[in-house]
Design a protein around this ligand. Structure first.
Ligand SMILES: Cc1cc2nc3c(=O)[nH]c(=O)nc-3n(C[C@H](O)[C@H](O)[C@H](O)COP(=O)(O)O)c2cc1C
Length: 150
């Protein structure tokens, strides 16, 4: 199975740190959406979209990458790191996916070091959490054959 993960990780590189840990265990092609606006994803079986949460949403650069590049009929999954809480953070991505008849097969999230706004005054929150304490939802890890990985 060929897997690509498109990502945006600009605040502290939290999401990228998580993706680096994932790519040590799984064969994945990582695509930085800042460096590549266009990418041919037709050859991949599964496409992940990863970013921090900014103002309650996945990065707009990631959504625009999906709008430009997501082919029809793929399996997709989301990965995000965040400082506090959020609801329906991937709604925009799911809208793009629906239009392309792509099915979401999983989602992973965990805390990431956050010094945004007032959190800076207290030295930030959730330090050192980017690669721990997270969990796959919707039936486990789509990258692992038995889907039991956390
Ligand atoms: C401009 C900005 C806005 C943010 N907004 C939110 C938010 O709405 N909810 C939240 O939980 N975290 C928020 N955060 C914290 C980030 O989601 C968190 O630090 C994340 O791990 C950053 O990922 P990155 O280092 O890969 O960019 C925000 C951070 C920044 C810089």
């Amino acid at each position: 199975m060929k897997v690509a993960i498109a990502y945006y990780s600009q605040h502290h590189g939290n999401t990228k740190k998580l993706l680096d840990a994932i790519s040590e265990k799984h064969e994945v092609t990582l695509i930085d959406v800042i460096a590549k606006h266009e990418y041919d994803l037709r050859d991949f079986d599964l496409i992940g979209f990863a970013s921090g949460i900014y103002y309650g949403k996945l990065a707009k650069q990631l959504i625009s990458f999906a709008q430009i590049n997501l082919p029809d009929g793929k399996g997709i999954f989301t990965i995000y790191t965040f400082g506090g809480a959020g609801k329906d953070v991937d709604a925009e991505l799911m809208e793009v996916a629906d239009k392309r008849h792509c099915k979401s097969v999983g989602s992973y999230n965990c805390f990431g070091f956050d010094t945004f706004g007032p959190f800076k005054l207290v030295g930030g929150i959730k330090k050192g959490r980017s690669t721990s304490g997270g969990r796959w939802t919707s039936g486990g890890c789509p990258l692992s054959a038995d889907r039991n990985e956390v």
